[in-house]
Design a protein around this ligand. Sequence first.
Ligand SMILES: O=P(O)(O)OP(=O)(O)OP(=O)(O)OC[C@H]1O[C@@H](n2cnc3c(O)ncnc32)[C@H](O)[C@@H]1O
Ligand SMILES: [Mg+2]
Length: 174
Amino acid sequence: MNVKIAVGTKNKAKLKAVETVVNRTLIEISSITGYDVDSGVSAQPFSDEETRLGAINRAKQTLQTSRADLAFGLEGGVKWIGKELYLCNWAALATKEHTYTAAGAQIPLPIEIVQSLIAGEELGPVMDRYTKEQDTRQHAGAIGVFTDGLIDRAQMFEPIVEMLVGQYRYWSKQ
Ligand SMILES: O=P(O)(O)OP(=O)(O)OP(=O)(O)OC[C@H]1O[C@@H](n2cnc3c(O)ncnc32)[C@H](O)[C@@H]1O
Ligand SMILES: [Mg+2]
């Protein structure tokens, strides 16, 4: 069977994470295509629930739009734990039969970033201003900046995508 794969984003870091993992873990891939879909949640999700829902919405919508066999949705957000605001990251994999979900990296954000987010800004542009670079969300991301470049945004999403493919492989065999 030739598996057609779709991803609900044009973000380079997210696409790279899916490409890397599916090429390593799935055989007979016929294509991997990125689609611009709506997450159905706010541009800057502010809880695990909202970020998870954004990932699920993206995956389901991408499955419909693309008619692929497997559709991925990856979503970045933030969440409060006490007085600290953490990055949170979710992804979903939709097939005709089921939608799998998984979450990954969480690190606290520094106060100046938190203040900009509370003021209603999105993390993407805030990180660009902080680093004086452009489009950090497509490369290092906040995770790369605040881990001193040890883990970029694509690498951060890879284990989350692995958890999706792993669940899909396990349950497909049952
Ligand atoms: O094109 P899409 O797929 O929407 O990719 P995105 O970079 O906008 O990513 P999300 O919508 O998943 O993330 C929600 C917001 O948080 C920002 N964001 C999330 N994680 C980030 C990170 O690690 N570094 C920089 N910005 C990040 C992102 O730019 C958005 O403003
Ligand atoms: Mg976005």
